[in-house]
Each structure stands twice: as C-alpha cells, then as structure tokens.
Design a protein around this ligand. Structure first.
Ligand SMILES: [Zn+2]
Length: 665
C-alpha cells in the first residue's frame, strides 16, 4: 500500500486512474457531504441521494465495488462520476482533485487530454497565478499607491468585504513592477507562460501586461486562479488599451470555456435550479454582493457551446439558464450573436434585455430585487426574443412587415446549428405559421424559403457548426467512447430501461458475460462475434474492452469502470453489471460444453453466440427477400445473382424449420 505523498511511477494514464479509483473510498468521500448509514452489517451503506429530491435514503453505496446507485432516480457510478456530477467538474479536474485528496501526484497529460502542455508546466503556471493574485491583492489592501483604486471601488459600491471575498487586486503602474516583485522566484520567461508579462517588441526584456488596473482573479471550476481580468483606472494612460482587459489564453485558461464565478455559484445553482449569466465580472460581483449568488459571467465572449456544456453538467429536470444583457447597443449585439447557438441548445433558456440602457447593478439600484426577478420570470426564450425584436423593428400591420419578420425568423433558424430536420424545427415553423396568420398549406413555402436561406447562409452556418463540432470532437477525445455526447444520456437510458429487441438483448448479453467472466472475451474475439454487434454504443463498449484486453488490462467490470470517463457511460457499465448480477450470469457460466468451433466454452455463451448469428441470418434473409421481391417485378431480369439469392432463401427456410423443431428457444 502506498502512503500519501509517495511519487507514483505508473506507465499509463489508465493505471493512474485505476490507482486513484482504488484508493478512494467512496463511502468516505460521500460521507464528507452527507450522512451515510451502514446496512447489512456494513456490507452496504445508504444515504440520501443528492441527484433527486430524496426523503428516504435511496442511494446505496457498495464498498466492495466502490460504486453507488440510486434505486429511485437511477443515478449511479463511481467516485469520478460522483464528483463530476456533484461539483460540475470535467474528468481531468475530477481526477486531479481526487488524486490530491489521497496525496497522489497527477502524471503528465496523456495525448488528447491537455495538448502538448505537460502537467509540470500547468502546475507552474497555476503557482505563478496564485502568487500574482496574492501580490496584487496585498497591494490593493495596503499600498499607498492603491489609494485611488480603493476610492474608486468604494465609489462604485464595492465594499471592503467584497474586495477580500473576491481577492481583488491592483497593479500600481510601472511597466516592470511585477517582474521586479517576482525576482528570485520566477523568471520573466516563466511569467510569460502565465500571460502575466510579455516580451518587448523592440529592445530587450519584458514588461507587465496589466498596468495601473484593478485586477479580478478569474478561477476555474475548482476555484484555482487561471487568469485575470483588469479594469483600467479612469483617466489612466493604460485605458487606451481598453477599459477591460483579460489575460490571453494560456495552458490553463480558455475564455470560451470559463465562466467567471462558476466555482462560487455552483452550490446555489444546484439548489435554485437556475443560473443567471451576466456580461461582465463587475456586474457579477455586484450581484453576489447583493446576495444573489447563482450568478456567473462570460468573459468578453457570447455564451459558447462549451459554456453550455459546463452548465449542463448540473442539468436537473427543470434547470433554467437566464441570460441578462445590458440594455445598450453592445448588449443587443451580444444577444443577437448568441441567438443561433442558444436556439440550438436543449436547455430552458431565457433572455432578459434590461431596459433603458441599464446594467444589472443600475437596474437593481433603481427598481429593486423583486422587479429584477419578475423580469427574469417573464423573459422570453431565444425564439421569442428574436420575434419580439423583429416586431419592435417592423411592426406587424403591413404585409411588408410580416414578410420581414418571417425572413428574420427563418434566417435565425437557418444558422442555428443542429436543428435542421428536428422535431423542434417543426414546432418552431408551426408557431411561426400560426402567428403570421398563414394557412397550414403555406408552411411548405416557409420550408422552401428556409432551405434557400440555408444554402445561401451555408458559409455562416458552417462556421457556427464548426464550433460545435470542434467541441464534440474534444469531448470524444476526453471521453474516449462518447457519442455526440448530447444524446448519450438518452441512449443509455434507453438501453437500460426500455424493452429492447431480441438482437440488442443478445448484444448486451455479450457485455454481461465478459464483465462477469473476462476470459470469455477470447472466445468472442477469436470467432469475430463482436462484428455482429449492431448497436453503436454496445459496440463501442465492446471495442473498449477488447482494447483493454489487448493491452492485457482487461479484468472485467472494474477495469472498464476505470477506463471510461463519461458519467453516463459509467452508469451504463454499472447498469449492465447490475443486470448481470441479478440474472446470476456468473453461475450460468460455470457449465461448459465442448464445441468444434468454440472449443471449451460456457454453454450459456455458446447459446448467446449462436442466437446472435441466427439473428444476423434472419436479418440478411429479410434484406434479400426484399431484394428478390423488388427484382421479381421485372421477371425478365432474373440473373445468376438473383437465382443465388432465391436458393439461399430456400435453404434458410429449411434451416429455420429444422431449428424450430430441434431447439426449445
Ligand atoms: Zn436519486
């Protein structure tokens, strides 16, 4: 047993994940946040499930498998799924957090996990940012040079308590101030990797990126400082570089994936089942100071697909995202830019544009919290938002106005990624039709116009779907077997909870068998049975097992659980394992038979394989019958191929008859 703090030498990322999983006691982890009660003499534990409104402890924790399962809402998984779901973290962050908790050091990133940046560099960058935040913060609190900044903040209504709470800081101005502070600790080259300083274009040396600015540390989901936002002092020389300035992207910071204050808002988001997204960190802080703590801010970008993915990790049934835009031109532009992306998201989403050019703190000051909440309640969704805007611009009276509105709405639909051909598109077109007083027959004309716009706007649509695709690709990289990840949850639900056709049941049987008796994978792969698997998720899951097997790391359900990172897939693995236990598959596998092709093989497995092969023959037969029927309409063209098919069909029928009489199945 390794002690805390030992350096782990593990060859593979997979082994490290397994190490963390094995060393993390799920019972201990869960009992950090809720009461865990022993059952069955300590062989099992129960707790209130945090993933649904639970009043009777319905979450069971199995310490021998180190997994949990809620019998009421169906959530289940291991320590990774638990933390990912509870904290809204990604896999990498979860692994880091759990490793840290048991005193293990995370090895350097595997390919596709964090690019070419080594864990070491990441770590140093994080250290520098923590250090810089401390230096800036102390300066704001104590340095005489920060007096104007302190006055400015008080003037803007930020209390001293808030400065401390958000660790606000100040850079007093001199171009090499931070470099000087870092002397003997970090070199300017190092500081550059953290985007704190930059090289002079002419001459030698480096200079500070933020100067004479109030600084706001930006944190990741875990509360680690990963970047800074800087507000220029009014009238300062540096303001010409922009009133607000954020750190450039770095090994640890990507603005399209970061929401300011997400780490602080998490708990309130979960309890209140909603998140308010505002445009800037000062607005965000102001709202937190007023006690509205489920607020996050974007960092100079519109809400991206990655942001939504971050929020979605919390998605409970009636979760709502409320976007608040300033009522000025910039706010309107931001809202309009975000619309196609927002329309495509399958989350409850409301857009609130504040009246009279106000920002959220101004609005709250003038109208109060109740009015703010009322407005949020009544705020329209993305589709409605666009509609209201068009109506405001064109009116609804003239035929011309109607045409403009229709075109505007269709333009939005044309560039919304991933909506083409969906049910949602039908509903939206339908409502548009009704609203514009069109007859149902005229919907066809709308659709024609829409496809024209799609063709015309292909360029635009292409660029926005690119972002989504890039995002999905990344997800695939990190989750290994993730499908488009959007509908994965659904696919898993379907496979685990609904009545499946016979072939899919058999395919799933294969998984159950290799989970319970890993060595069976040899029989399956050496006879290429896995190629009969039609269901994509089951096939991917099997491929993953086969991969592990080839690396000599396949030891059944535990090794698979350690390998998959996506919480839904973990839930699936657990579901299959549970089903296998309930069906007592292990016992069924003890009886073996000798078979000329399969060698010594559990009788149960042999049966599954043969049924699967039969299923395939059935489906081939169905296809070729259809083919034959289609051909027979033109009898003159009967050729060799056709005759072969007819012969096959006859043979098949003969086989079927024999099989039915011979087999009790
Ligand atoms: Zn539950």
């Amino acid at each position: 047993m390794r002690g805390a703090g030992d350096i782990v030498q593990l060859d593979s990322w997979g082994e490290f994940k397994e190490e963390v999983r094995a060393q993390t006691s799920l019972v201990a982890l869960i009992s950090e946040s809720r009461t865990v009660i022993p059952k069955n003499g300590g062989r099992q534990f129960v707790a209130l499930c945090p993933f649904h409104d639970d009043h009777n402890p319905s979450m069971t924790i199995d310490p021998s498998r180190n997994t949990y399962k809620c019998w009421s809402c169906g959530e289940g998984g291991d320590c990774f799924s638990y933390v990912m779901k509870m904290e809204g973290l990604g896999f990498r962050e979860t692994l880091e957090m759990l490793a840290e908790r048991i005193g293990l050091e995370v090895p350097k990133s595997p390919q596709g996990q964090g690019g070419s940046q080594s864990g070491y560099q990441r770590q140093t960058v994080l250290e520098m940012l923590v250090w810089a935040a401390g230096v800036y913060h102390k300066t704001l609190l104590n340095d005489p040079a920060a007096e104007p900044a302190r006055e400015y903040l008080l003037d803007r209504g930020f209390s001293e308590e808030t400065w401390l709470d958000f660790e606000m800081g100040f850079h007093p101005g001199p171009w090499q101030w931070l470099c000087d502070q870092a002397r003997g600790r970090f070199t300017p080259e190092q500081l550059e990797t953290a985007r704190l300083v930059t090289k002079r274009e002419q001459g030698q040396g480096y200079f500070d990126i933020f100067r004479n600015r109030i600084l706001f540390p930006i944190s990741n989901d875990r509360g680690q400082t990963i970047a800074f936002g800087g507000r220029a002092m009014p009238g300062s020389e540096d303001a010409k570089f922009g009133k607000y300035q954020n750190s450039k992207e770095s090994p640890v910071f990507s603005k399209s994936r970061t929401l300011y204050a997400f780490d602080r808002a998490k708990d309130a988001m979960r309890t209140l089942k909603r998140v308010i997204v505002v445009e800037g960190y000062t607005d965000c802080i102001a709202l937190h100071q007023l006690g509205i703590v489920n607020v996050v801010a974007t960092l100079g970008t519109a809400l991206t697909a990655e942001h939504v993915a971050l929020i979605k990790r919390f998605k409970t049934d009636d979760f709502e995202v409320q976007l608040v835009f300033d009522g000025d031109q910039a706010g309107q532009d931001a809202a309009n830019k975000a619309l196609p992306q927002l329309l495509a998201q399958d989350i409850e989403l409301k857009l609130l544009e504040l009246p009279e050019g106000m920002d959220p703190p101004e609005f709250l000051e003038q109208h109060g919290l109740q009015e703010f909440q009322n407005l949020l309640q009544q705020a329209p969704d993305a589709w409605e938002f666009k509609y209201e805007h068009l109506v405001k611009t064109f009116g609804t009276e003239s035929a011309n106005a109607k045409e403009n509105i229709i075109t505007g709405m269709l333009e939005l639909l044309a560039v919304a990624p991933g909506i083409q051909g969906t049910n949602r598109e039908n509903i939206l077109l339908n409502t548009l039709c009704n609203r514009m007083g069109l007859r149902p027959q005229q919907e066809g004309a709308l659709r024609k116009q829409l496809s024209k716009l799609r063709a015309k706007g292909a360029q635009l649509a292409y660029s926005s779907s690119q972002t989504l695709q890039a995002h999905e690709f990344e997800q695939q990289e990190t989750n290994q077997v993730t499908d488009s990840s959007e509908n994965q949850q659904e696919i898993v639900d379907q496979l685990l909870n609904s009545t499946l056709d016979h072939a899919t049941v058999l395919e799933q049987d294969l998984l159950e068998i290799i989970f319970m008796m890993p060595e069976c994978i040899t029989i399956i792969t050496s006879n290429s049975v896995q190629h009969l698997i039609q269901n994509r998720l089951i096939r991917k899951m099997f491929d993953l097992c086969e991969n592990l097997y080839q690396q000599k790391q396949f030891t059944g359900v535990d090794s698979v659980m350690a390998e998959v990172e996506d919480p839904d897939l973990k839930r699936y693995v657990l579901g299959i394992h549970d089903s296998a236990s309930q069906k007592r598959i292990s016992e069924k596998l003890t009886e073996t038979v000798e078979d000329p092709r399969l060698d010594v093989c559990p009788a149960y497995l042999k049966n599954v394989i043969e049924q699967l092969e039969w299923e395939q023959k059935e489906s081939q037969h169905r296809n070729s019958t259809q083919f034959a029927e289609a051909q027979s309409k033109t009898p003159a063209t009967i050729n060799e191929k056709m005759q072969k098919k007819l012969q096959d069909a006859a043979l098949f029928h003969q086989q079927r008859v024999t099989r039915k009489t011979a087999s009790p199945q």
